[in-house]
Design a protein around this ligand. Structure first.
Ligand SMILES: COc1ccc(C(=O)Nc2ccccc2)cc1NC(=O)CCSCc1cnc2[nH]ccc2c1
Length: 273
């Protein structure tokens, strides 16, 4: 990655390549840092967007936090620069793209692969929480895979994200915890709920409370209407972990520490980062 963080980067330092994520991540481009040949993802944000939503100081504070986040399962923000009308974020490039794509391709994951991803996510979240960073909108399309297939939580930009979260609201409620759906104050424990949703989706190929209409998904989440189909045949340990995460009372959800100690994780994951 670009070495000296204090260096003032500019657009001339990069050769811009293809657009990434087809606008899913805002406007992000593959880019190569000319001197080192290092490949990055360059995210372009228009200043008038930031001004319009008065995000300037939040963006600065957030950039400070994110450049300090160093974890193998958290996408890096190497630095940023700006010109008159745009802000550029120099982001880590995850070569194997969205985990979502892999999930759609294979339909569902093996128990071993699912456990490896859940363990990676748990470690990344434990790290973010100890750095007092939450609001991780962790759903499959915000999870990327690097060239070794290692999971990276790629979703930040909560302020912009919260706009897209409203967008998500009209998209899908599937990943939102009851307290989020009820618009109650929420804390770190929403991420534990989402881990349960993701674990279910990794193993069954669909999220647990999926329904034709949003109102039905809403009702199923509030009721925690959780059921395990007889096929595919999923291990009792996996169902046990999911059942201990998809708990309405956020204080009763399995803690991140307990997830790493769960028999299903221990059985399926060597020390995998
Ligand atoms: C650390 O990450 C981020 C940090 C900050 C922000 C952000 O926008 N902050 C913000 C903006 C405006 C107001 C306030 C805050 C966004 C991200 N991350 C992403 O946007 C997702 C991955 S984009 C890169 C990337 C990599 N590797 C890929 N492989 C395939 C596609 C792809 C796409």
């Amino acid at each position: 990655p670009p070495k000296n963080p204090k260096k003032q980067w500019s657009l001339n330092d990069f050769e811009i390549g293809k657009p990434l994520g087809k606008g899913k991540f805002g406007r992000v481009y593959l880019a190569r840092e000319v001197k080192s040949g290092f490949i990055v993802a360059l995210k372009v944000i228009f200043k008038e967007q930031i001004e319009k939503y008065r995000l300037h100081h939040q963006l600065k504070r957030e950039m400070e936090i994110q450049t300090s986040l160093r974890h193998p399962n958290v996408l890096r923000l190497y630095g940023w620069f700006h010109d008159e009308e745009r802000i550029y974020l120099i982001l880590e490039y995850a070569h194997r793209g969205e985990l979502y794509r892999e999930l759609r391709k294979t339909g569902r994951l093996s128990e071993k692969q699912a456990a490896i991803y859940i363990a990676s996510l748990t470690q990344a979240l434990a790290y973010c929480h100890e750095k007092h960073v939450i609001h991780r909108d962790i759903k499959p399309e915000n999870l990327l895979l690097d060239h070794e297939g290692r999971l990276k939580i790629a979703d930040f930009g909560w302020s912009v994200q919260s706009r897209s979260k409203r967008h998500t609201m009209c998209g899908t409620l599937d990943y939102l915890a009851p307290e989020m759906v009820e618009n109650k104050a929420h804390d770190y424990a929403v991420d534990n709920w989402t881990l349960g949703i993701l674990c279910y989706e990794f193993l069954y190929g669909v999220p647990p409370f999926e329904a034709e209409r949003q109102t039905d998904t809403f009702r199923r989440i509030m009721k925690v209407d959780l059921s395990f189909p007889s096929t595919p045949d999923v291990s009792a340990e996996a169902k046990n972990l999911i059942s201990q995460l998809l708990v309405k009372d956020s204080s009763k959800r399995l803690s991140l520490q307990k997830i790493t100690e769960h028999p299903w994780i221990i059985k399926n994951v060597t020390s995998h980062d």
